[in-house]
Each structure stands twice: as C-alpha cells, then as structure tokens.
Design a protein around this ligand. Structure first.
Ligand code: SF4
Length: 325
C-alpha cells in the first residue's frame, strides 16, 4: 500500500481552513493509502509560543483530528516529539542541505518578516525537519496545499542529495495537491489563520460561528441589497463550494448575479449546510473531551507503531553514513 505522510501544527483552535483544506482530505485518503498523520509540535516551537499551552493544544489537535473522522484503525496518528528519530534524521539532513536552498524558501522569508526578533535556526531548518518527518517513513506521497509545495520539492532535493552522497535509501515523494477550495479568513483578504484572528473555529459555539459568518466580508462591490454581486470573488461563495450541494451553488450563483438574494440569506443557507457537517464533529469532540485517556492512548499507540518504522530507517541511515554503531 502506498504511504502518505502529513502533519499539522498544534497552534490551537483548528479552523474551517484546516478542515476543508487538509483534514477532510486526510480522512478520505485513509481509504486508499497507508496514512501517517502527525501533530508537529517541534515545528510549533520555531516561533514564540506559550509553554503552558503547547501540551494542551497538542492534545486538543489530536482530539479534533479524531473527531473529524480519523480512525486509529485506518491510520497512524501520533505526536512528532514522541518519535525522537525525526530530529536525529533532521540533523543528518542538515549536513546535506545547502543553506541557500533554505534561505530562498517563501515561508522562511515570510516568517522572518513576521518574527523579526526571533529569526532562529529552527525557523530556517523547518523544511529540513519536514523532510525528515516525511522521509523517515519513506513516504511516497504528501498531501499539501499549494503553499507547501515548495517544501515538498525541498524534501525531494534533500532525498536526492542524501542518496547521491550515501546511496539510494530515500524515495522522492510526490505531492498530492488538495483540490479543496481555498478558504480565506472572514476578512475576505488573507488566508484563514489563528494568527490573523480571521478564523472560524471548528469547535466554537454556533452563535459565535454565525456572528462571524454574518459579519464576514463578501463581494466588496456589492454595497446595497439591490446591487448584483459576483460569487467568483466572494469568499462566502468559496465556503459554499466546500459545504453546499451543486444545485444550491447554481441557485446562489444566479441569485447573487441577479440580486434576487441578499448576502444574509446566502450566509444563512451556508450556515445551515456547514453546521450539518460540523455538528457531528462537534458532538464527537465533546464526547472525546470526556474520555481524554482514549485520545492519549491513540497517540501513544500511534507513536509506538511509527517509532518501529523510524528506528528501522535510522539503523539503515546510521550504518550508511558511517557513524560507529
Ligand atoms: S449573495 Fe452570497 S455569493 Fe453573492 S456576494 Fe453575497 S455572500 Fe457573496
């Protein structure tokens, strides 16, 4: 069975963008691939963070993944720091990765601007650790959004450099590009994210979700109710595409362009369709919250299975690079 690896940061409050852009697809992929999913806590410490919060958020992220439908019977799910071989391999990869390759990474440039006071080695080496996360399992496929494609390309480059220097050990993984519509934040202008505070959290209460939706930016040129709008430039319509059936999309498209529906009506329909899918997730999250030991058991068992694979790869790597074993 072909193997997939993907990771999610424990940044807290998993939102609609995470769900539509990644997690929903992760669940779907477990039907056809050997999937390894990881809460990447070591990636999260590359920027300033609350020490007391990290553990809680890590657990919460695992809980939400389970609530969204990932099953330990169909995939391996674990926390990155529980399989320490990841960081060992990252160090070895550091020694074959040219600094120039890391300096040109778009995410490094963006984060360096956002976190000027804390441009640390971890921030620059982030994609090297990502390469280790993927390659330690010899994963052939990595489901990502477009913004992460460059990092998978770097992973391929790292695999090539290592293989050229030491012999063929690692595959060059392929990207599985998410076909999900790219959801922006409720500000309608930037990617939905916790740091931009423009997100709709999966587990927020329904009144808060409606309030965020009600006030979310739509087609900025549709100023009055009687103005026709353009769904192709409206983030609300993009979210509709993730949750509403085809006929509703056609009706909304037509109603918007002819001004026969207003934005609030459109948002009410979206809210109904969205909550129909989110409510069971929220209910599962609530019951998992009352059984947190189960969540801990799942991630520990996942780590045990992944460690067994990672140890095997590291035995091979250590022997190959010539360290005294
Ligand atoms: S009617 Fe819907 S799709 Fe059209 S502008 Fe308003 S919110 Fe956007």
């Amino acid at each position: 069975m072909k193997r997939i690896f993907s990771g999610i940061q424990p940044t807290g409050d998993i939102h609609l963008g995470n769900y539509v852009g990644a997690i929903r697809n992760w669940v779907y992929l477990t039907e056809t691939y050997d999937c390894i999913y990881c809460v990447v806590d070591y990636h999260a410490i590359t920027i300033a963070y609350e020490i007391e919060e990290l553990k809680r958020r890590t657990l919460e992220t695992a809980l939400v993944l389970l609530a969204c439908g990932l099953s330990p019977d169909k995939c391996k799910m674990f926390v990155q720091s529980h399989v320490r071989e990841h960081t060992e391999l990252a160090w070895i990869f550091n020694c074959v990765t040219p600094i120039g390759e890391l300096e040109r990474m778009t995410q490094f440039k963006d984060k360096s601007k956002q976190h000027r006071a804390n441009i640390n080695m971890g921030l620059m080496g982030y994609p090297v650790l990502q390469a280790a996360d993927i390659l330690i399992y010899k994963a052939g496929y990595v489901p990502v959004g477009e913004d992460q494609v460059q990092h998978v390309e770097l992973t391929r480059e790292v695999a090539r450099k290592f293989n050229t220097r030491y012999g063929d050990i690692f595959p060059e993984p392929q990207v599985i590009l998410s076909m999900a519509p790219k959801i922006l934040g409720v500000d309608g202008s930037s990617k939905m994210s916790k740091s931009m505070n423009n997100y709709i959290g999966l587990l927020e209460n329904s009144d808060t979700i409606w309030e965020k939706l009600r006030t979310a930016v739509t087609d900025v040129n549709r100023i009055r109710r009687k103005d026709p709008g353009d769904p192709s430039v409206c983030n609300i319509f993009t979210i509709h595409r993730a949750f509403s059936p085809d006929q509703t999309l056609l009706d909304i498209d037509n109603g918007c362009r002819t001004a026969s529906i207003g934005c609030i009506d459109c948002k009410k329909t979206l809210f109904t369709n969205m909550m129909e899918e989110l409510n069971p997730i929220r209910e599962r999250a609530e019951s998992l919250n009352n059984d947190i030991d189960y969540v801990i058991d799942v991630i520990k068992a996942g780590a045990d299975k992944c460690r067994a694979i990672a140890e095997k790869t590291m035995d091979e790597v250590r022997t190959t690079i010539g360290v005294f074993v």
